[in-house]
Design a protein around this ligand. Structure first.
Ligand code: ZN
Length: 211
């Protein structure tokens, strides 16, 4: 369990926490848990999410288990700085941080440098198992990284991959529950190999008439 440091705005010592993992790993729940604890401590909080993520509600960060809190949807990373009063805000939370442009790393650094505790949550890998946008950079500059795991639906091991169940090659496809399943490394590799074989067979060999 992650135990937080106390925010002390007077010495300008902020930091960055990254909560990452696959779909269904509980990373948004963990973000909201930390935000709630900051609320109990009467800290001034701002919560953001990318405007692209309008799955359930325009202004709430909603996790799959229907926890929710009010948040501000923003269209790019720079917009976050417009909303945060660095004189008064103590904690900034950002959900679905993998959807932001690459400026998000600078924005998080700037906020932390000015004494704010920055907590971000996001998918560390896309549906192909590739690192997602700025997540590797954020994990590198963060003071604390928590990797949350889901449970593999095929074998019950810890899962870190979000396998897409529908045919689409777009990296950004918003995560409806039934479009993805969490898989462990072993099962993900097995399924991906199968899919690649099927894709190869689907392309008919060129016949002489086509030439
Ligand atoms: Zn498995």
């Amino acid at each position: 369990m992650f135990l937080e440091n106390k925010v002390n705005r007077s010495n300008n010592q902020g930091w960055i926490e990254v909560v990452c993992g696959s779909m269904f790993s509980g990373k948004t729940e963990e973000l909201l848990r930390r935000i709630r604890r900051a609320e109990f401590a009467h800290q001034k909080i701002e919560l953001f999410k990318p405007a692209i993520d309008v799955r359930y509600d325009e202004e709430e960060v909603v996790s799959h288990d229907a926890n929710s809190m009010n948040s501000t949807p923003v269209h790019n990373s720079a917009e976050i700085l417009l909303y945060v009063n660095i004189e008064t805000v103590e904690v900034v939370g950002i959900d679905e941080v993998q959807f932001f442009d690459e400026g998000i790393v600078d924005v998080c650094n700037q906020l932390a440098d000015s004494g704010i505790r920055v907590i971000v949550a996001g998918l560390d890998m896309d549906f192909l198992g590739k690192p997602f946008n700025s997540m590797p950079q954020l994990m590198a500059v963060a003071e604390y990284v928590t990797k949350a795991h889901a449970i593999c639906v095929k074998c019950g091991r810890q899962a870190q991959f979000s396998h897409r169940l529908v045919a689409s090659q777009k990296q950004v496809m918003l995560g409806e529950k039934d479009s993805y399943e969490p898989l462990c490394r072993h099962c993900f590799n097995e399924v991906r190999e199968l899919e690649e074989n099927v894709a190869r067979k689907a392309i008919p060999p060129a016949s002489p008439e086509d030439c």
